[in-house]
Design a protein. Structure first.
Lengths: 721, 327, 172
């Protein structure tokens, strides 16, 4: 197996460049009607009256569904009884409570999309509104421990506190101390494809849903539970997804509501959220405030770290951003104290957003380390090397593999870090200030149980299937490669199918776990098929490239096909090793000293993430992650009106993400890494690590350019005037 | 969007008559600041009178000035060689606005009437005197980072969003219209209204009055100019502050000056006092700093947009000092 | 311009409009609702779903098409405005089975990730290269800045457009 796979072209490329790839809302369904959600315009209170007459009489309208006439659902889970990560507490028109602004409070169904949209505006709602509390930094509501089970990462449940050593004593004795507060606003995922669902009933008890989702099986479970159907009666299909980034990793209210609407009108129903509706009812990165206290010796050796903070959550559901996770893992430090708290506010439930916890915590920790480096006049890279963790500082376990030192070296060399002038404002380009900053990147190597089925055909081709999703990350392509590799076939002879609950079960695509989890299952299923073939005997060699091709073997046995299924389990070695991917990121910014405009002019990232299945798709993931980090550092900010509790910059003109012209030259470098323990195929995943160090690296570069330390994201020009 | 009636017209007369016959009708040109707001149900016209077929698409440039048909697309105007040569300020301003896609669609006439980007104006569930007169202004005590600091009233602090209009204000443009009452030639400074007690009335246009052209006087001695737009990302973003500046420098003395501001005013903002502070003075940083202070004199800020005062001062200094011939 | 309202008997059809347009070189005669945007006409009536619905407000570029060769945002064009005009969508970019160089370069460079922004980028790039065959990277960046990509594959998109431009200049 090669450590870095060939840059095979995406197998879905041709369909995507011709318009042939059909996303959820584009599946042709006969007689489909269009549903549009009506969302609340207050953040807290009760609905005291709804006038739906005008909407009902509007042209083309088939139904207006509110809490008065919606189907009665079985009891829904609460914050305390929810079953799993994706099991959110939803708002399914069962009562008159309003819990957040832009909560679904009605659905209008009409024969065309525009008529439904217009009629939705005609629904008049009266409320009894209560004062709202939406700002984490201004609230008087006390922070509290989250309700277990904690819902912060996809792969595992993490503790919200950790202690080792004696932090208070070590801080008191430390020669140098840094203590600062870092804040991050709520951020909104905004995949280019809005959430979209088509619900089709087959009789009263069987449902098919085409959904834009990162997890068809989570979708299936949640739909079945919400609607009171047996799970096997619900089929979810999701062949192409126009980006997710976490917002499509859980099921939100509109999905069961689409099914309820379809049942009401007796026709298939298509429900697409408008862009403004993407701001609120489908999750966001929570607002976060973190305090980091570091004590160190004059030599920069860490004596103690205290990392504590709070993130926002809704009043009715759970989510805890595990922002201290990277602090527990990144550096050798004998005394550590971490605490994560949440504050319930009148907002919709936040959720995972690209590298949840990891990027937010890394921003605080890696900014604070930079502050320590400045204080000690030690080069920031040197400071990190002096505190390099040879084993996992939290558990003491050895790393399954760790090549961070090589990442630092590779990236620093490419960037030219040794030419850095340490003083702030000491590097200029004409009238612009130039700043260099760096940070460490890390992300856990997650694996979750997955299954796959491989079928070999007598014509020499193979079909491999797993229910999983391709959210733009390249699942179609890398799974085709993994299968071809295991079968010894050229990729053209292998077809990989996904996105259907009728296929073998796989995890939600989140936590950068798909390549590792589904890849392992695909690999094993393919090996299984070859073994089966070998067991047929009679010279059935296991390697078709050097022996008799499997097509010939099948023919000789008079078989049209042979099939093997694999149900993945967690590898035992996962308990013996600590497993993370690591990287190093270096950023150059140019800052206009008078106008405060910041532009990233150059960035280099080097990553070691186990085996890279496909150099091309992996580079795309890492580049995308790095640009997300730039976006987080400089742009992204979900703004609530303090009185209305409503997100006001709810479109793509006001919620800024980078455009082409914002993007500098970026180098992504792979540090080869062989990891025999992490999973069958040695893959750690690359979907999220790219973002993790970037926000801190940018902030550190801005400090170096200007001498101004911005601890409150995003770094907009008004903060530098 | 509600069910609309649609009428396409190929001449001014039928267009004006169509609107006269229907108080609930409006003209459709590029659509870039109309159809989005109709989808959001911020605007709710019952009839659209499509004026795209009216041949008001000529650009005439001579020594007497320029005359630009109201249906000229922003991209065609920006890239017109004689406009770019004689009125580079206008070209630069146009090219800094929106995206090429939108500039291909947006017209000169439509851009004069570009609607504000106030978050509250665009959200029918909130109070907004501009959208719903008398309902109040949620922006004043709400989130107001992109809002105006000049020309505001107690009823509205919404910013005028057009870049083109900032250049036109600096260039002393005249807006030509045809309406039920005949032709009018409206000096640019009088075209847009301050919000005052009636923020819903944004210009002096009467219902049915059709913008036919914009004319520019000759750019005598004002060809050294600069359009500087400060924004949160490199492209495709509205201005936090924008400066259209032009100078005529003879010797080292400023003999003529124009300054207009965008992103900070409730209408395209001509800074006449600042211009007066420049004339007769040496073209140096000290002069520019004094003039810059004039541009924001009387600014009324809200918590989130207070930075625009200092930003605008600095932007004005920058724009003036990067004009060729200035030091 | 044949855009008068058609007085059809059924009052619910009052707002229907007859429309003749050319889509991807094929003439279409349609009777449509007057409120339809070009985007929804393409997606819902003609099932040409390659043109994407990203924001409906002219802010993301996903719905970009060529209207008489000009790049426009189809979400902000009333379908009735398109009478007598010619529309090109991503479905009309290839020549028979042969992909347009931009299409093959996007596929090769991995410029299509989730793929949702891809059709808009392709048409924006096509319009640019027809106008400016030797566009610089800065010109490409500016021309494409109205097209948002949230997978943020901007570098691969630059690479694809530059590669396609070279191919097109080479007359291939």
């Amino acid at each position: 197996m090669k450590k870095i796979g060939p840059p095979v072209d995406r197998v879905d490329g041709p369909l995507k460049v011709t318009g042939g790839a059909r996303y959820a809302a584009e599946v042709p369904v006969a007689r489909v009607a269009h549903a549009v959600l009506v969302l609340s315009t207050i953040a807290r209170g009760r609905i005291t009256g709804m006038d739906t007459g005008k909407a009902e009489r509007a042209p083309g309208v088939l139904a207006v569904i509110t809490h008065k006439n919606a189907m009665h659902l079985p009891p829904q889970p609460t914050r305390e009884t929810r079953a799993s990560q994706g099991d959110h507490v939803l708002q399914l028109l069962q009562d008159d409570h309003v819990l957040y602004n832009r909560q679904p409070i009605a659905i209008v169904v009409a024969d065309t999309f525009e008529r439904a949209q217009h009629a939705a505006h005609l629904v008049a709602v009266r409320y009894e509104a209560a004062p709202v509390d939406v700002d984490l930094l201004r609230t008087r509501t006390a922070a509290r421990a989250p309700h277990p089970p904690y819902h912060g990462t996809v792969a595992q449940t993490l503790p919200v506190e950790s202690r080792r050593g004696d932090v208070a004593a070590a801080l008191a004795a430390a020669a140098v101390r840094v203590e600062e507060v870092y804040t991050i606003p709520a951020e909104t995922h905004n995949p280019m494809e809005p959430h979209a669902t088509i619900a089709v009933w087959h009789g009263p008890t069987h449902l098919t849903v085409y959904d834009s989702t990162q997890g068809v099986f989570e979708d299936q479970r949640k739909l079945a539970a919400s609607l009171g159907l047996p799970r096997e009666n619900v089929r979810v299909i999701s062949h192409y997804i126009g980006g997710g980034f976490g917002t499509k990793g859980a099921v939100w209210s509109h999905v069961p509501l689409a099914a309820m609407a379809a049942q009401k009108v007796g026709r298939p129903v298509k429900l697409v959220l408008s862009r403004p509706q993407m701001f609120g009812p489908v999750g966001a990165r929570p607002q976060i405030e973190q305090r980091v206290v570091i004590g160190a010796g004059r030599d920069g050796v860490l004596a103690a770290i205290r990392h504590e903070g709070r993130s926002s959550v809704s009043q009715f559901d759970q989510f805890c951003e595990h922002f201290t996770a990277p602090t527990r893992a990144l550096y050798k430090c004998p005394n550590l104290d971490t605490t994560e708290r949440v504050v319930s506010l009148d907002i919709a439930t936040p959720c995972q957003m690209r590298a949840p916890g990891e990027v937010t915590g890394t921003f605080a920790l890696e900014s604070a380390l930079d502050e320590l480096a400045v204080k000690l006049a030690i080069d920031p890279l040197e400071l990190r090397l002096r505190n390099y963790a040879e084993t996992d500082p939290e558990t003491g376990r050895p790393w399954s593999s760790k090549s961070l030192r090589q990442c630092y070296q590779t990236a620093a060399e490419k960037f030219g870090w040794s030419r850095k002038k340490p003083q702030p404002r000491s590097m200029v380009d004409g009238k612009l200030l130039v700043g260099w900053g760096m940070a460490t990147a890390t992300y856990p190597a997650n694996v979750r149980p997955a299954s796959a089925i491989a079928t070999l055909f007598a014509d020499g081709t193979a079909l491999v299937r797993a229910g999983t999703q391709d959210i733009g990350t390249g699942t179609y392509t890398v799974m085709t490669q993994v299968a071809a590799d295991a079968l010894g076939l050229p990729v053209e002879k292998v077809r990989f199918e996904l996105g259907d609950t009728d296929m073998p079960e796989t995890p939600t695509s989140g936590g950068s776990c798909t390549a590792a989890s589904v890849g392992s299952a695909v690999h094993q299923a393919c090996l299984g098929a070859r073994e089966k073939l070998a067991r047929l005997g009679n010279g059935g060699g296991a390697d078709p490239s050097v022996d008799e091709p499997f097509a010939a073997q099948l023919a000789r046995h008079g078989m049209k096909r042979i099939e093997a299924r694999y149900d993945a389990k967690q590898l035992e070695t996962r308990d013996r090793y600590a497993m993370r991917a690591f990287g190093a990121q270096f950023v150059e910014v140019r800052v206009d000293p008078e106008l405060g405009e910041v532009r990233v002019s150059r960035a280099v990232g080097a990553f070691a993430a186990g085996r890279i299945l496909n150099a091309k798709t992996a580079r795309s993931q890492l580049l995308g992650g790095m640009i997300w980090g730039i976006s987080m550092a400089l742009h992204e900010n979900t703004v609530y009106d303090p009185k209305l509790g409503r997100i006001m910059n709810n479109d793509l003109s006001e919620y800024l993400v980078p455009v082409n012209l914002d993007i500098p030259a970026i180098d992504v470098l792979f540090v080869p890494e062989d990891d025999p323990y992490v999973n069958e195929i040695g893959v750690k995943g690359v979907g999220e690590i790219g973002i993790t160090g970037m926000a801190a690296a940018v902030a550190n570069a801005v400090y170096h350019a200007t001498g101004r330390r911005i601890r409150d994201l995003p770094i907009t020009l008004d903060k530098l005037l | 969007m509600r069910e609309i009636r649609y009428l396409s017209v190929a001449a001014e007369g039928p267009a004006i008559r169509a609107l006269q016959a229907d108080t609930d009708a409006t003209y459709l040109a590029g659509g870039t600041s109309l159809l989005d707001l109709m989808k959001l149900e911020v605007l709710n016209f019952a009839q659209l009178v499509d004026v795209n077929a009216i041949p008001l698409t000529k650009i005439e440039v001579s020594n007497d000035g320029a005359r630009i048909g109201s249906m000229v697309r922003n991209s065609d105007l920006a890239l017109h060689p004689e406009i770019a040569a004689r009125y580079p300020l206008l070209s630069e301003a146009l090219l800094s606005g929106a995206s090429p896609q939108i500039r291909n669609m947006a017209t000169v006439g439509g851009n004069l009437l570009q609607r504000t980007r106030c978050y509250y104006y665009r959200d029918p569930s909130t109070a907004c005197n501009k959208r719903n007169p008398g309902s109040g202004c949620a922006a004043i005590d709400g989130y107001n980072r992109n809002h105006a600091i000049l020309g505001t009233s107690d009823h509205c602090i919404a910013t005028h969003a057009s870049d083109m209009c900032v250049a036109l204000a600096a260039l002393d443009a005249v807006v030509h219209t045809q309406g039920p009452g005949g032709e009018r030639h409206i000096p640019f400074a009088e075209f847009h209204r301050l919000p005052g007690d009636h923020p819903e009335i944004e210009s002096v246009l009467q219902h049915g009055e059709l913008i036919t052209a914009v004319s520019l006087p000759p750019p005598t001695g004002l060809r050294q100019s600069r359009y500087l737009k400060i924004r949160d990302r490199a492209s495709y973003a509205f201005a936090l502050s924008a400066v259209a500046a032009a100078l005529r420098i003879e010797g080292n003395l400023i003999r003529g000056a124009r300054i207009a501001l965008g992103g900070v005013g409730t209408k395209p903002w001509r800074a006449v006092e600042a211009e007066q502070a420049l004339v007769g003075k040496p073209a140096n940083r000290a002069t520019f700093t004094l003039a810059a202070a004039e541009t924001v004199r009387g600014a009324r800020t809200r918590p989130h947009n207070a930075f625009k005062v200092e930003l605008t001062r600095r932007a004005v200094v920058r724009a003036l000092s990067t004009i060729r011939g200035a030091s | 311009m044949a855009t008068d309202l058609i007085p059809l008997g059924d009052p619910s059809l009052r707002q229907k409009v007859r429309l003749e347009l050319v889509v991807n070189e094929e003439r279409r005669d349609l009777v449509i609702d007057g409120y339809k945007s070009l985007l929804e006409l393409l997606r819902e009536e003609l099932q040409l779903t390659g043109t994407k619905h990203g924001c409906e407000l002219g802010e993301c570029g996903a719905c970009a098409v060529l209207l008489d060769g000009q790049l426009v945002l189809s979400c902000l064009v009333a379908a009735v405005e398109c009478d007598g005009r010619s529309v090109q969508t991503v479905e009309g970019m290839q020549n028979g089975p042969t992909l347009h160089p931009l299409q093959s370069c996007f596929a090769d460079a991995g410029a299509a990730q989730c793929g949702y922004c891809t059709p808009g980028f392709l048409l924006a790039a096509k319009e640019l290269l027809e106008r400016k065959p030797d566009a610089t990277r800065a010109e490409i960046a500016e021309a494409l800045s109205g097209q948002l990509c949230r997978c943020t594959g901007y570098l691969q998109i630059f690479e694809a457009v530059e590669a396609a431009a070279a191919q097109l200049r080479g007359g291939r």
